[in-house]
Ligand binder design. Structure first.
Ligand code: HEM
Length: 103
């Protein structure tokens, strides 16, 4: 599907931006494919992504710039946050403890 120029222009070009602001045709944006050849690593990949996000956020202090600001959503085939102003600070003690693991 992703290599079909009918649905994706220059399909062999590495261009993650191709997905920004598009309204995909039905069944042309299946993250892990579908049917018999569906990605067998899906659950593993999602678990890894959750672990990675957890590790990143463990070392960061994230807070809203304006806790009263309304959430700006874009809703097409799925909903996404259009803008979310946050303050990000490094948590020094958390970073240090990460490097102590196993040592
Ligand atoms: C974010 C991570 C990943 C994404 C987005 C992804 C996506 C995909 C997609 C779109 C396909 C084609 C499915 C189709 O033809 O319908 C595929 C196939 C495949 N993926 Fe993944 N994948 C990911 C991670 C992984 C991981 C971690 C593994 C293995 C540990 C894996 C192993 C495979 C294999 C072996 C196939 C070929 C399946 C077949 O042709 O029968 N993938 N993947």
């Amino acid at each position: 599907m992703y290599l079909n120029p009918k649905y994706y222009k220059n399909p062999h070009e590495f261009n993650p931006d191709r997905f920004i602001g598009i309204e995909p045709q039905k069944n042309t944006l299946l993250m892990f494919g579908g049917g018999m050849r569906m990605c067998p690593g899906k659950k593993f990949a999602l678990t890894e992504i959750r672990c990675l996000i957890t590790l990143i956020f463990r070392s960061l202090d994230v807070s809203l710039v304006d806790a009263n600001a309304s959430v700006k959503l874009i809703s097409t085939f799925m909903s996404a946050c259009a803008e979310l102003m946050v303050k990000i600070n490094q948590r020094e003690e958390q970073v240090a403890s990460l490097f102590k693991l196993g040592g």
